[in-house]
Design a protein around this ligand. Structure first.
Ligand code: HPA
Length: 306
């Protein structure tokens, strides 16, 4: 084909502009604010309780929600837009009930980046809690102990985190109805709550301490070299969750308490491989202490945010 003919052909070709989502005939896709509002409305349609405190119960720690009185149990599958948990040790149920006189919401399991969810999907439940009027969240997780004193079975209050997950759930346009474009993370893990948890834990005879949590994407556990690196940069604990939730909770103005259950010594500390069965078994072993700690801390937090 000659160059002249090609030019003619190109000239004739019509360019049809792409339709934007708003210009299409179909219904507009609701944004995060609308979706979280609908999920919150649905939850409120299932219970008369209006929780001020919500808990995210990590790997093997979901049993705490079985302690709630007057509980309503809602499978995540029923809550509009809620992500479904696929990890072993995560029941995938939202429980609304009471601890003593305090109405609480408890997530038996969460979703993670390693399941293939986006950071925005991971934090959707936190947005829902914010839309429900929740004021404080208690985020719990299973973690590997980097600091040598953080041996298997220790409960550690998170004092700060290092985000090594490679993503931030707030990337993209900011919705001012949730919070500011650039929000402060200085006191992300509420100092008052941390003191309460350590005080109550020590009162119960649970040797409590504080540490910095490094959040990685997973799903592979770390290499020993990565653990040495994490120790060098100031991490005491390592896990695959929590960080996006804390960022979002603070963006939405919720106060945070973070508690890690050290389910194993981090890679390379002991001369043995890591596995998820051990993680779940350790969480099961400290269940009693974990439940007592949360039962003691929740009324204190309720008082602080009243
Ligand atoms: N590394 C990352 N995540 C974890 C670990 C660990 O050692 N233990 C429990 N969750």
């Amino acid at each position: 084909m000659s160059a002249k003919r090609t030019r003619q052909k190109t000239k004739k070709k019509k360019i049809t502009p792409r339709k934007s989502a708003s210009a299409s005939k179909g219904p507009a896709i609701p944004g995060e604010f609308e979706r979280s509002g609908r999920a919150a409305d649905f939850i409120f349609s299932q219970t008369k309780l209006r929780p001020q405190i919500a808990l995210v119960l990590g790997s093997g720690l979901g049993a705490f929600a079985d302690e709630f009185t007057g509980a309503t149990k809602i499978p995540y599958a029923k809550v509009p837009y809620f992500p479904q948990s696929t990890a072993i040790g995560h029941a995938g149920r939202l429980v609304i009930g009471k601890i003593g006189a305090v109405p609480v919401a408890g997530m038996q399991g969460r979703v993670h980046l390693y399941e293939g969810y986006s950071a925005k999907e991971v934090v959707f439940p936190i947005r829902v809690f914010a839309r429900m009027g929740v004021k404080a969240v208690i985020l719990t997780n299973a973690a590997g102990g980097i600091k040598r004193e953080f041996t298997q079975g220790r409960l550690v209050v998170i004092s700060d985190h290092i985000n090594l997950q490679g993503v931030n759930p707030l990337t993209g346009p900011n919705d001012e109805r949730f919070g500011l474009r650039f929000h402060d993370m200085t006191n992300a893990y509420d100092r008052r709550f941390r003191e309460m948890a350590i005080g109550e834990g020590n009162g119960l005879g649970i040797g409590m301490s504080e540490g910095v949590y490094a959040g990685l994407a997973g799903p592979s556990y770390e290499t020993p070299a990565e653990i040495r690196y994490l120790r060098t940069i100031g991490a005491d604990l390592v896990g695959m969750s929590t960080v996006p939730e804390v960022i979002t909770a603070r963006h939405s103005g919720l106060c945070v308490l973070g508690i890690s259950c050290v389910t194993n010594a981090a890679a390379g500390i002991l001369d043995q491989p890591l596995n998820h069965v051990e993680v779940l078994e350790t969480a099961e072993r400290v269940k009693g202490q974990f439940i007592s700690l949360l039962k003691a801390v929740i009324p204190r937090i309720a008082e602080a945010i009243a």
